[in-house]
Design a protein around this ligand. Structure first.
Ligand code: NAD
Length: 258
């Protein structure tokens, strides 16, 4: 097996934790990253350790290029190599363009897009030396199509899809691949906040707010699960995916088919 060591940003929660667990089940050593209190981080570590895989944690804020470089170095020192870089950390902010706070614009772009650039430039020298690497960028259906009131998020995720293509071109034929995964709605804390906002605004239950959210975008009317995204990431790390690079893979219950 070639994918022995993986860094997954934003893996203390949601999709990132699902991907970390799926890779750990393959025997991949995992560098966890993300915010959270001590109990949340200990719980994430325990979930990975339960698979039998080696695990470490780095608190790097992915909006800092230096912190991301230090995280890559920590993984290299701890595990001896870095085979898989999953750029997953992300935040959302919802507002019309005219009212979109400037600091939120910068925070969404820094967390969802610049972080991917920082991690890519930090891992590429290691991956080139190994002649092997898998870079997986967690974009979104919003990397392919837009929704109103999500200007920063949609711009950042379209940017991630573009950066994925450039990374693929610059690494073609080197043993390194770079792809994006574009999930539709996955029930995680990031989406629960949006469901809570609908429930409060429309004075409806959590269940009804979930159905409303799904029915607006996701024809299957079912949430994607972190485990399903994890399984796709595992496939993209496999030898079968060695010639898959520069592409975006939707996992969205039909969202972008319309
Ligand atoms: P989440 O809120 O459950 O998890 C986000 C993770 O990112 C957490 O671990 C958090 O601590 C971490 N994080 C946030 N800012 C960070 C920073 N500056 N430095 C380091 N870590 C940071 O969200 P999620 O739904 O699991 O989202 C994960 C990714 O998937 C995001 O990029 C999101 O845009 C994308 N996505 C989510 C959905 C969905 O429906 N949930 C759909 C498409 C794409």
């Amino acid at each position: 097996m070639t994918h022995q060591v993986a860094i997954i940003t934003g893996s203390t929660s949601g999709i990132g934790l699902g991907i970390a667990e799926a890779l750990a089940k393959q025997g991949t050593a995992i560098m966890l990253n993300g915010f959270g209190d001590d109990a949340q981080i200990a719980a994430a570590r325990a979930r990975i350790a339960a698979t039998g895989a080696a695990v470490d944690y780095c608190a790097a804020d992915v909006t800092s290029a230096d912190a991301v470089a230090a995280m890559v170095q920590q993984a290299q020192e701890k595990f001896g190599r870095v085979d898989v870089m999953v750029n997953n950390a992300g935040i959302q902010f919802v507002s019309a363009i005219e009212n979109f706070p400037l600091e939120k614009w910068h925070a969404v772009l820094a967390t969802n897009l610049s972080s991917v650039f920082y991690a890519t430039r930090s891992v590429l020298p290691l991956m080139r030396a190994q002649q092997f690497g898998r870079i997986i960028n967690i974009a979104s259906a919003h990397g392919l199509v837009a929704s109103a009131n999500k200007s920063a998020y949609v711009a950042a995720k379209h940017g991630v899809v573009g950066l994925t293509k450039v990374t693929a071109l610059e690494t073609a034929g080197t043993g390194i691949t770079c792809n994006a995964i574009c999930p539709g709605w996955v029930l995680t804390p990031l989406v629960q906040k949006q469901i809570d906002a609908i429930a409060e605004r429309e004075k409806i239950s959590n269940d009804d707010a979930s159905k409303k959210l799904l029915s607006e975008k996701q024809p299957s009317l079912q949430f994607v699960t972190p485990e399903q995204v994890g399984a796709l990431a595992v496939f993209l790390c496999s030898d079968a995916a060695a010639q898959m690079t520069g592409s975006s893979y939707s996992i969205d219950g039909g969202w972008t088919a319309v």
